[in-house]
Design a protein around this ligand. Structure first.
Ligand code: NAD
Length: 361
């Protein structure tokens, strides 16, 4: 059956980088024989400008109907004065919660040609390939009660609730084990079980789910140690799974090990493998419209879409290898160029497509 891909370009550099990723999807459809359809819809500031809402009902309906969504980026300074519910970023939260996208995949991959871009020594990061699986719709960011209250003595007190039930832990654990099975079959669960009861339960449930995956080697690590190990010896990790807040922090730290924000894709999945795929960076208003943004994170998001939603690992590999080959040839957009030599967004798209065509022969 034809798989439906919904494309949401969004704001700032979103449309420019998505245009290059769409060329890759069109290649897969027209030249490589993949049975996929592509449609587009408005999201974020672009949707607000046209419809008065960052996530119009029509976009949400199309997103529900799609098998996978490819998103560029949303946001921009012109929208910052809007009330919270109308800001472009609300569209992302809306899509995640309406589509139950609870499992956030954040790879941190070091391309050999870019080893010098990391702030860590080359021997520490060369060959790095980590996948962080972060629980995205629960934990302390969503727990209640929450708020700021005034105590009897007149002092104000802020409070949030860190809560995970067994079902939530089970489904994120299963998602992480499934991903470990597609990689090197090592999973490290990160918690704070020496202090938090939530983490005690987390560990117990992760161990229970592990019985279903005898081929995956499971380990546990406290979050403070995990932060330290990520910068000390990051190559010890294959897949890491953790809760919402710990994952928020660790995935950004891991991303920076690779030294470049324009290279990293991400995915947010539901229990059926339906997903929203997007670069980790924002809409980069400072360079929007100049044709210099790096489209590789968005193109690599297409590779993740193929691997995790469409189960087309062969095509995913080909896209990733094409990106690597382009970098090996020395081609760089300005953000990853160490000298003054750089190419623009469309030229980078051309180069990846050329490699894709070559890899078919
Ligand atoms: P940003 O990621 O947009 O930009 C940070 C820096 O990285 C900028 O200097 C930018 O030019 C550069 N950069 C980012 N992506 C690049 C690319 N592909 N190629 C070359 N350079 C790139 O973060 P910001 O400036 O803090 O945020 C800008 C806007 O994006 C804000 O409105 C913010 O809310 C929004 N935002 C959206 C998302 C999302 O859509 N998922 C994520 C983060 C921020």
């Amino acid at each position: 059956m034809t798989k439906k891909i919904l494309v949401l370009p969004g704001d700032g550099i979103g449309p420019e980088i998505v245009e290059q990723a769409v060329r890759v999807i069109e290649y897969l459809r027209d030249d490589a024989g993949l049975d996929i359809s592509i449609s587009q819809a408005l999201v974020g500031g672009a949707a607000y400008d046209t419809t008065g809402h960052p996530l119009p009902q029509a976009t949400l309906d199309q997103a529900r109907d799609a098998d996978a969504i490819l998103l560029g980026a949303v946001g921009g300074p012109q929208y910052e004065a809007l009330e919270r519910g109308l800001r472009p970023e609300r569209a992302l939260l809306g899509l995640r919660s309406e589509l139950h996208l609870f499992s956030n995949l954040r790879p941190a991959l070091m391309y050999p040609a870019l080893t010098d871009a990391s702030s860590l020594k080359p021997e520490v990061v060369s060959g790095l390939d980590i996948m962080i699986v972060r629980e995205l719709t629960g934990g302390i960011y969503f727990g209640s009660p929450r708020g700021i209250r005034t105590l009897d003595n007149g002092q104000r007190e802020g409070f949030n609730t860190l809560v995970y039930n067994e079902a939530e832990i089970e489904r994120i654990a299963r998602s992480a084990f499934d991903i470990a099975m597609k990689r090197n079959r090592r999973l490290c669960s990160v918690d704070k079980a020496n202090v938090l009861e939530v983490s005690e339960l987390w560990r117990e449930v992760v161990c229970r789910v592990a019985n279903e995956y005898p081929d995956v080697e499971l380990s546990h690590m406290y979050v403070d140690n995990a932060a330290m190990q990520l910068v000390r010896e990051p190559k010890q990790f294959d897949v890491m799974v953790t809760g919402n807040m710990f994952g928020d922090i660790l995935s950004d730290a891991a991303a920076m090990l690779t030294g470049s924000i324009g290279m990293l894709p991400s995915a947010s999945l539901d229990t059926q493998g339906k997903g929203m795929y997007e670069p980790i960076h924002g809409s980069a208003p400072d360079i929007a419209g100049q044709g210099i943004a790096n489209p590789l994170a968005t193109i690599l998001s297409v590779a993740m879409l193929l691997r995790y939603t469409l189960d087309e690992a062969g095509f995913a590999d080909r896209i990733e290898q094409s990106v690597e080959a382009v970098l090996d040839d020395g081609l760089r957009t300005a953000d990853i160029s160490q000298d003054s030599e750089s190419i623009g967004t469309a030229a980078m798209g051309d180069a990846v497509l050329e490699k894709l065509h070559q890899s078919a022969n």
